[in-house]
Ligand binder design. Sequence first.
Ligand code: MN
Length: 225
Amino acid sequence: MGEFIFPLAQPSIGVVGSKARFPVRRVWCVGRNYLAHVRELGNDERESPLFFSKQPDMLVPGGGAIRYPSQTRNYHYEAELVVALKAGGENIAVADADALIFGHAVGLDMTRRDLQKQMQEKGRPWEAAKSFEQSGPVGPLTPFPGSLPPARIRLSVNGQIRQEADTTQMIWSVPEIISQLSRQVSLGAGDVIFTGTPEGVGAVVKGDRLLAEIDGLEPLAVTIA
Ligand code: MN
């Protein structure tokens, strides 16, 4: 391969216990993967779950300050388990999915909820509601062979708990997500998947401090600047 016309950064995520970073190829997200969250947004339970994507450079590795985005007055947090793949493929069997997992992290699927609602009402794509600058804060990856054991997931805003659930409440488990997504696209090493949020989503304003936690993983702290 020849030289590039200009240099371009490779989006990446830190790895717990390593100086090496995880290079990000694609960023996938699962919508409507916890029943109580499907219900709190008034969505049809029969439509769950679904996939959408963010661009790799929209991740905010390690969290920290993120700015309140344009085009919204209802900016929401969604705390999620993130799974990172070291290998991929197409039409992956559920039983084979665990072997593709590199590790897990805590992530936030930040959402322009007002735009999402407008687009849903008009039958338009979600793109602008989900895929925008700094919309994917993600903590460092903890390497782990296969699926994470059942874990509590929680999110607090300014010290007050807003989301608290168990990863076993997912409609689709992580191996099922990997298997289903691999029927839609070809998965590959470097792909990361936000696996959906439980109930309790809500709006943030400038100055809010978010802390997302999952048992066994590094917590993710974010401030809205
Ligand atoms: Mn989400």
